[in-house]
Design a protein around this ligand. Sequence first.
Ligand SMILES: Nc1ncnc2c1ncn2[C@@H]1O[C@H](COP(=O)(O)OP(=O)(O)OP(=O)(O)O)[C@@H](O)[C@H]1O
Ligand SMILES: [Mg+2]
Length: 315
Amino acid sequence: MNNVEPLLVVENLKQHFKVNRKFTVKAVDGVSFKIYPGETYGLVGESGSGKSTTGRSIIRLYKPTSGKIIFNGKDISGKMSHEEIKVLRTNMQMIFQDPMACLNPRKKVLDIIGEGLDIHKMYSSKEERNEKVYSILEKVGLSREHASRYPHQFSGGQRQRIGIARALIMDPDLIIADEAISALDVSIQAQVVNLMKEIQKETNTAYLFIAHDLSMVKYISDRIGVLHLGYLVETGTTEEIFSNPIHPYTKSLLSAIPSPNPLVEKKRTAFSYDAKEAGVDYSKGTEHLIEGTHTVLATEEELAMWMKNDVELVK
Ligand SMILES: Nc1ncnc2c1ncn2[C@@H]1O[C@H](COP(=O)(O)OP(=O)(O)OP(=O)(O)O)[C@@H](O)[C@H]1O
Ligand SMILES: [Mg+2]
């Protein structure tokens, strides 16, 4: 990975929302990470930790309050023209949690998936466009017959496949999947994750995979960033995070994953962690390298305590 240029560099990204004269929500408060071509970066954290805000800032639904975002070697964090944002939104696509909410109910699947091609005039004939849609439909495990149907005629899992097809047809370098599978049944989640993995092998599209729990993230991510209260508290390869979690917040997320083994599950104790209660102020911490690519946000004292404090976790 080291000799490859990153596809996306997020550097000290801050996104603050001014709610009123007195109050500002610091939704994202200094987040840095990189995504390399063709890899999957899992961003996890509880509700309100700033995951969607991070994704939305990257695809420029929001202009960052401060910090830098470099995509394909180009700074996309400053002022951008309408035209530049339009180009950005072909190379970068977003898939949302609730496909029903973003699939126009009055449009046929053919036109929903073909919309991006229409907007950017990416074909020379109607036949070529439709053929592209049919081939993408097949790629996501649907068939060309589905093209003439409407979104409400599909199951949740199928609708999510339509969402994926809609993103894929633009041949993006990066897909931001914001809780794309969270609303689906667990078995369907696995199917969609496998599909995304297969597609990635073929297309080399990178994913920013956003989720609130670590269980599915484990199966798709090469690297993981654990986000809490707008800060990345721990980052590393999936292996590093799962085999040697250091931050108590990461440990609490891991302890929440049910084990498929009933004997292990019986002994599992989910433990909770509250930064305020623990007296942890993320703005005082700095990034510490544990080993390899594994980093933890902490003060010296916190790190020393967390490194020796081996909270018994479910094995
Ligand atoms: N447009 C906005 N204006 C004001 N506050 C916002 C806005 N968008 C998000 N926030 C706040 O920023 C924080 C982070 O929100 P965000 O949606 O990024 O969290 P999330 O990690 O995606 O949560 P979830 O898992 O529930 O989707 C929350 O406190 C939220 O209320
Ligand atoms: Mg969200």
